[in-house]
Design a protein around this ligand. Structure first.
Ligand SMILES: [Fe+2]
Length: 206
């Protein structure tokens, strides 16, 4: 008898903490994120109007990489990692190249969360974590087949992680995660007493 695992969903997790100059880069990123949040009135207004408890530049800025060297330095590291993810996921991209087409800051206040969503119009999505205080929310990933499982029993208590319906990844500063943009995910509530700061991105093929 053989039991095979088919139709795998890939999640890349890595850490930039061993990269040369990472600690300084991460400090610069934190300061730059807070500065952009303070300056971006359009973004603050969008957060107020849309119930985002904290700050995101998602709806207001499309030039993050040009706003501070720290953002462009991080982008270079992420570009390389997106290529790694593409290769490891056996993506046949022909002559196309990966382009980061969105890049934005997320600052979640204590008790704030970000409900389940996908990232339409992109291929690879992910997040780099700048600041994750004790109790900060995890990334929660959802089995993409969930809508087809109307009568399927849930996994038993001995089931491995690969058989779970939901997977929680607790990031640390310097952690980077990437997945395919169709994979539904959310951020659980920030139970820490400080801000949770991350930088998210989407890649498309050009
Ligand atoms: Fe997301």
């Amino acid at each position: 008898m053989s039991i095979q695992s088919l139709f795998i969903t890939q999640l890349l997790r890595d850490s930039f903490t061993q990269e040369s100059g990472w600690a300084e880069l991460n400090t610069d990123l934190e300061q730059a994120c807070l500065q952009v949040a303070e300056d971006d009135e359009a973004g603050q207004k969008w957060c107020d109007e849309n119930g985002y408890d904290g700050y995101t530049s998602y709806a207001s800025l499309n030039d993050l990489a040009d706003r501070a060297n720290a953002f462009s330095d991080l982008k270079e590291m992420l570009d390389a990692k997106a290529n790694d993810f593409s290769t490891a996921s056996y993506m046949d991209i022909g002559c196309a190249k990966w382009e980061m087409d969105s890049y934005w800051i997320n600052i979640l206040n204590p008790l704030a969360a970000h409900s389940g969503h996908i990232h339409p119009h992109s291929v690879i999505s992910g997040t780099y974590y700048v600041k994750t205080p004790e109790g900060a929310g995890a990334l929660k990933l959802e089995d993409p087949r969930l809508a087809m499982m109307m009568n399927a029993p849930g996994p038993n208590k001995d089931a491995p992680r690969s058989a779970q319906r939901f997977v929680y990844e607790k990031p640390e500063p310097g952690t980077v995660m990437m997945w395919e943009s169709w994979l539904r995910h959310e951020v659980t509530a920030n139970m820490g007493e400080d801000l949770r700061i991350s930088i998210s991105f989407n890649y498309s093929l050009i």
